[in-house]
Write a protein that binds this ligand. Structure first.
Ligand code: F3S
Ligand code: F3S
Length: 105
């Protein structure tokens, strides 16, 4: 699947949401997360992110590899809702992301 990495933290531009044909990009408190099982790898979200936060999982830069797990961990409690719009914003950010120092300076 595709993965959202650190540049999204505290930016949350959300242009990606409008491109996703399966509505699998979910909103947390600090960033957005792609559901690893719901993403159909269409790749439509990747070029529209203004801060280049979205990568195919094999192409995530090494320093952001933790975001592959981070995207999956966001859904431990949510499961597979089958659409982000009806879920809305949640505070399910994994601790490793929730506890990052603010980046929106
Ligand atoms: Fe984040 Fe980029 Fe989407 S900043 S919300 S991944 S458009
Ligand atoms: Fe959606 Fe991007 Fe996957 S547009 S289907 S999250 S590659």
């Amino acid at each position: 699947p595709y993965v959202i990495a650190e540049p999204c933290v505290d930016v949350m531009d959300k242009s990606c949401i409008e491109e996703c044909p399966v509505d699998c990009i979910y909103e947390g408190a600090r960033m957005l997360y792609i559901h690893p099982d719901e993403c159909v790898d269409c790749g439509a979200c990747e070029p529209v992110c203004p801060v280049e936060a979205i990568f195919f999982d094999d192409d995530v830069p090494e320093e952001w590899n933790g975001y592959i797990t981070g995207n999956a961990d966001f859904f431990v409690d949510l499961g597979s809702p089958g659409g982000a719009a009806k879920v809305g914003r949640t505070e399910n950010d994994p601790p490793s992301i929730k506890n990052l120092t603010p980046m929106n300076q």
